[in-house]
Design a protein around this ligand. Structure first.
Ligand code: ATP
Ligand code: MG
Length: 351
């Protein structure tokens, strides 16, 4: 909203009052003594009194207006400044030409900033609540399983050779799952808090991909999924933390096997994007519904189709992938079509 300065308003008001006074004077003089307006002294008196009235009313208007506005705005202005400067340096308000422009602008800015902060806090609060719910849910399942096995063993199962070893083995598996969840959470929290130091080096991403593929070959064979890498002999050098990128590739390839169809295939391709190398992992598996796509990188999020095909997932793999790439100042994206397949792509700096 554009407004006028107190000086301008006072000037207008003073002119109006003075003009009104002159008209009133002339009308009065005409009524009382019609000839008096021709006298030199009357005109001089009229002019002098008009100038005096103009000056006095201008200053009275200006003083009253500024005092009024100043008293209203002073508090807001001080509050904004003390918040902005975190109380370190509170600038005293000045009443000069741009004072109101400045205040209005700052109030608008402040209001927008506060609205954004409130929205962010609301989102964080929602996220925090969901997160705590998810963690306890994920931890509960293996914990209850372990409790069940131990209670059965204590209830006499320990002496039953047909179940004792089996139940101990199952307990061990549940403990292993608990450890993996805690390790993943630890990794995410370290990445989020920026505590994780990246060991940035120059490495060949093609060679690293082949290493990861070899390690996952057995898992892929179980579902008769073919892992295919781009037919390329020349090394592709990128910059990054080799071990962290190994984890990114492992998580993405593991997902393509987990959520891939039997006898399917996973293809890994590399694209030269001038300053970056784009690595894409494409499967022809179950795919992800379009409304679920934006959520797959959230901690603990599992799409119902994915959950149905592989119940043991933790929903943390993609969150870790995203954090690792963000720590590299790079991006990860996904496109998918249910029944057709999914492609995850991420970039790394070319060197
Ligand atoms: N290639 C894929 N095809 C189809 N769905 C996928 C694919 N990759 C991920 N998803 C979906 O995204 C969800 C999140 O994946 P994410 O890797 O974070 O967790 P997860 O595989 O369930 O568990 P984990 O933490 O053990 O990796 C999965 O549960 C699955 O529903
Ligand atoms: Mg996964």
């Amino acid at each position: 909203m554009k407004y006028h300065e107190p000086r301008l308003i006072s000037l207008t008001n003073a002119i109006v009052v003075t003009v009104f006074y002159i008209i009133l004077f002339m009308v009065g003089a005409l009524i009382i003594s019609p000839g008096s307006l021709h006298h030199f002294y009357t005109i001089v008196f009229l002019l002098c009194s008009a100038v005096l009235l103009f000056v006095i009313s201008f200053f009275v208007f200006r003083y009253t207006l500024e005092k009024f506005i100043y008293s209203k705005i002073r508090l807001i202005y001080k509050t904004i400044h003390s918040i902005k400067t975190k109380k370190s340096e509170v600038r005293p308000p000045r009443i000069d030409t741009h004072f109101l422009d400045e205040v209005s602008h700052e109030v608008e800015e402040w209001q927008q900033e506060k609205s954004r902060e409130i929205e962010q806090l609301r989102q964080l609060e929602l996220y925090r609540r969901e997160f705590i719910g998810n963690v306890s849910h994920e931890l509960k399942t293996p914990l209850f399983n372990i409790q069940g096995y131990i209670l059965t063993l204590l209830d006499g199962g320990l002496d039953d050779a047909s179940i004792n070893k089996e139940y101990l083995k199952r307990s061990e598996k549940s403990i292993e799952r608990l450890i993996r969840i805690v390790e993943d959470l630890d990794e995410i929290s370290q990445l989020e808090s920026g505590q994780m130091k990246l060991n940035i080096t120059r490495f060949d991403i093609l060679a690293l991909t082949r290493e990861v593929m070899e390690l996952l070959e057995m898992k892929a064979q179980k579902k008769e999924i073919r892992l295919v890498c781009a037919q390329q002999e020349k090394p592709i050098f990128v910059e990054g933390d080799r071990e962290k990128i190994r984890q990114v590739l492992t998580n993405l390839l593991e997902n393509s096997i987990r959520y891939g169809n039997e006898k399917g295939r996973t293809k890994i391709s590399f694209f030269d994007m001038d300053e970056h190398i784009l690595t894409e992992i494409t499967d022809n598996g179950i795919g992800i519904e379009s409304d679920e796509l934006p959520r797959v990188f959230e901690r603990f999020y599992r799409a119902p189709r994915g959950r149905a095909i592989f119940a043991k997932g933790k929903g943390l793999g993609l969150a870790i992938v995203k954090h690792i790439l963000e720590a590299h100042h790079q991006t990860v994206n996904v496109r998918s079509s249910t029944g057709v397949g999914t492609t995850f792509g991420f970039t790394l700096k070319k060197v």
